[in-house]
Design a protein. Structure first.
Length: 216
């Protein structure tokens, strides 16, 4: 039996859905922390970073908008990080925590592929909507498994470089170099992911040859 026809969202529409959430959940918290660190010191930066995340959660609750799972995890993680950072008074302790957490997350990505529940798919659905017919397609399932493996190794590489910089360089150098290196590695991985996703969408939207059947 051939696959039923699927209605595919345009990639530009998916990007429009994802970019505001990435800016709010990733870029803005870093900008808030770095600005507060320069103006208020470490303690002020910790409080500002926590306040930003919880303000985002509170705004969604007031507006009765679903809070993404990634935002809930971010709120829990930054609370623990801030408490340990305030307790130790050390920026190294604050920055080391997410890197160790990233290593754990990369292991979870690897495990999710083994369990046939790729985390890349779960996280993608927090940012964009894909029709269920698309998600059930074998090509899409293979895509998310491979992209999950890719990002598992990207996260591991990012955290390894970051930990080395944190332990061997000043905080200022760490912030500058780490941001640049992580942006480069992650940007390349994101470009590969987008290219692969577009390729999958093109193949799904292409008409199947007469008589072609879906793989069992």
């Amino acid at each position: 039996m051939s696959h039923p026809p699927v209605v595919l969202p345009r990639l530009t529409a998916l990007v429009r859905q994802a970019v505001p959430k990435l800016l709010e959940g990733v870029v803005a918290p870093l900008a808030v922390f770095y600005a507060a660190l320069a103006l208020l010191g470490l303690n002020g930066a910790l409080i500002a970073a926590v306040s930003w995340v919880y303000a985002g959660v509170g705004w969604r609750l007031v507006r009765r908008i679903r809070v993404p799972g990634t935002m809930v995890l971010a709120a829990i993680a930054i609370t623990v990080r801030a408490l340990l950072g305030l307790w130790s008074g050390s920026a190294v302790v604050y920055f080391l925590q997410p890197e160790l957490g990233t290593i754990c997350i990369s292991m979870a990505f690897l495990a999710s592929v083994r369990l046939n529940r790729p985390l890349a798919q779960k996280l993608t659905l927090d940012y964009i909507h894909l029709p269920s017919a698309v998600l059930r397609h074998e090509r899409v399932r293979r895509f998310f498994a491979r992209i999950t493996l890719l990002w598992a190794f990207v996260l591991l590489a990012n955290s390894s470089v970051s930990i080395w910089l944190l332990l061997h360089q000043s905080i200022g150098t760490y912030l500058l170099v780490r941001t640049s290196v992580v942006a480069l590695i992650s940007g390349l991985a994101a470009a590969v992911s987008v290219y692969a996703f577009r390729r999958v969408l093109r193949r799904l939207s292409a008409p199947s040859p007469a008589g072609e059947t879906a793989p069992a």
